[in-house]
Design a protein around this ligand. Structure first.
Ligand code: AMP
Length: 289
């Protein structure tokens, strides 16, 4: 296995890609894969990275806590950072290049900006975080350009993000293939997230109502219950007492679905942190055929 290169600047990234390309025997159609992350890597990221490594000649993982996607009131400074462990994990998975730029490398302070589509970017997460998707698209487009990736790996866990990125690729005619990755859950079924470390055991217990509701919907749909009213009622029963930011069924272009078919059940719940230092929002979803 060749050594994982850890680089922090655009020039070093270019050189690393060139070095890796030179070391590959086949010279034509070398494919580059990118797994964009904000670090604090867990098994959800691992799944994105493994697929990247297995499908590409050169695999790149970016680790960048992107300030542009946080609003001033959010947890940018507190966001978990575990770079040493992240590097070890990537090395063990056979990643070729880890790109860990700092903010100045990515942003020059006076930016051409990119906005999500009006119909998809300002509902659900975008309603609660109106500048979020603009920041996500800004960095994702830069990362696509910097790495010249052929394939990029995104989790279905962030369903709205995935759909908006697919829309950007379509609208801007980007020459990149977006590969969706299934949601990875912890042993207690909570969807893995870097922010789960904020949960103490009491909060975690409460949070388990979320996967329970997701599984209930899945069960009912597999019994061919497609009526959205009935499904939402049974989910609400399980989520009783939690602060639900949103919970509904959406088509893949993020319009409200009429029945639970070929759509996504999207759910966001807010929990207060036990030390009263704020709250954490947990997202989960279910993709239905
Ligand atoms: P983040 O580091 O939170 O920005 O996430 C980086 C990528 O990992 C995104 O494409 C996420 O959707 C994906 N991801 C995060 N958590 C999970 C999970 N539990 N299962 C699958 N993918 C995930």
């Amino acid at each position: 296995m060749s050594k994982t290169l850890v680089v922090a600047t655009k020039t070093a990234l270019n050189n690393a890609i060139k070095t890796k390309k030179d070391s590959i025997k086949k010279k034509k159609n070398i494919t580059i894969g990118l797994s964009p992350t904000m670090g604090a890597l867990h098994n959800g990221h691992k799944s994105l990275i493994e697929k990247n490594v297995s499908e590409n000649d050169i695999s790149i993982v970016s680790i960048f806590v992107n300030p542009a996607q946080f609003s001033p009131s959010e947890d940018l400074d507190k966001y978990p950072r575990t770079l040493e462990n992240d590097i070890k994990l990537c090395e063990s998975l056979g990643v070729d290049i880890i790109f860990t730029p700092d903010s100045k490398e990515i942003y020059d302070g006076d930016e051409v900006s990119i906005n999500p589509p009006k119909n998809m970017g300002y509902i659900l997460e975008g309603y609660y975080r109106p500048t979020h998707f603009s920041g996500v698209l800004q960095v994702v487009l830069k990362l696509f350009n910097l790495t010249e990736a052929n394939n990029a790996y995104f989790g279905k866990k962030d369903a709205q993000q995935l759909l908006i990125i697919q829309k950007m690729v379509k609208n801007l005619f980007l020459n990149i293939n977006i590969v969706p990755i299934e949601i990875v859950r912890d042993s207690d079924s909570l969807a893995l997230s870097s922010r789960n470390i904020y949960l103490d055991s009491k909060m975690r217990k409460k949070a388990l109502a979320i996967p329970k509701a997701i599984f209930k919907i899945n069960d009912l749909v597999s019994q061919n219950v497609r009526d959205i009213g009935i499904l939402k009622e049974s989910a609400l029963e399980i989520l009783k007492g939690l602060n639900i930011d949103y919970m509904d069924f959406y088509t893949h272009d993020l319009k409200l679905a009429n029945e639970a078919k070929n759509c996504i059940f999207l759910l966001a719940v807010r929990l207060n942190l036990s030390d009263n230092s704020g709250e954490i929002r947990l997202l989960d979803n279910l993709w239905l055929d």
